[in-house]
Design a binder for this molecule. Sequence first.
Ligand code: BDR
Ligand code: CA
Length: 320
Amino acid sequence: MDKRRKLVIDCDPGHDDIMAIMNALAHPELFEILGYTTVCGNNYVDKVTSNLCKVLTAIGVDGTVAVGYDAPMVLAPDPQPAAHGESGLDGPVLPEAKVRPVAEHAVEFLHDVCSQAAAKGEKITIVALAPLTNIALFLKTWPELAGAIEEITLMGGSRGKGNILPRAEFNLYADPHAAKLVFASGVPIVMSDIEICVECGTEHALIDGLKGQGKVQDLAHDILQFFSQYGRRRGLSYSPVFDLVPVMHMMHPELFTEKKCRVLIETEGAYTRGMTIVEEAKEEAEANVTLVEHCVDNEAYNRYFMENLKVLDEMVKEKR
Ligand code: BDR
Ligand code: CA
């Protein structure tokens, strides 16, 4: 029996989204990537979809890409050129895309893969690296398919820090109504928040060392050089690569501690939109989230990160 986890990666590439995707692609013995769904987040959906298709083309891998919503459920889009540049993925020079999105909408794609999994008595995992609009609207439309989702492992939220507002993380801030719906859905959620992403931060010297090592590592270098500008300008020696954490947590759970929590989402606050209220659950039944709490070995985490990029380089070399 095929024991690999079946993944749908919901994303808005996005520099760190691409690092998560490269790391997952490096391990086909662990993950079967059923497809990618894109959504408005860091930038509008046409831009982030085009970024993803160009990167897959640059690496030389194919994949099913289904385009999702171009706006959050209630609020207006809020692109982030300061973090990701005007294109949503500034930094690398990318080829014209040969990978093309399918005609199916992202939620229809989710419907199809969940229906097929349910029919076979299997489950899928959603890796959510962006605002939760696609996932919320899928669950709202077909709640009967929620049981086909083993878990949603997501990057989002915080225990107190903020990266878009003083107390709010971008993905949940961008579509708090979607987040509220997903967190109340009863689907098991694994949450990697700002705090754990900072603990897993990558030293800039490691990023600098990727140059000249191969096609994938060169591309990762150019992507991460841009993404780490913020930290470098502030004199930090490392940068968080947020979206990588959920993928690394699936690959190496031994590197992390976890805690069962009750997480609520603020949707209305003028200063707290998208803020997560995270409380340790007193009883298991009260918890709606497994919080990825601490990284016990930053050095090992980042060693695996660098190794995975090397592995993907070898894989795509062999394919040619
Ligand atoms: C999240 O916001 C996005 O811009 C990143 O790709 C990541 O998913 C970090 O808050
Ligand atoms: Ca993202």
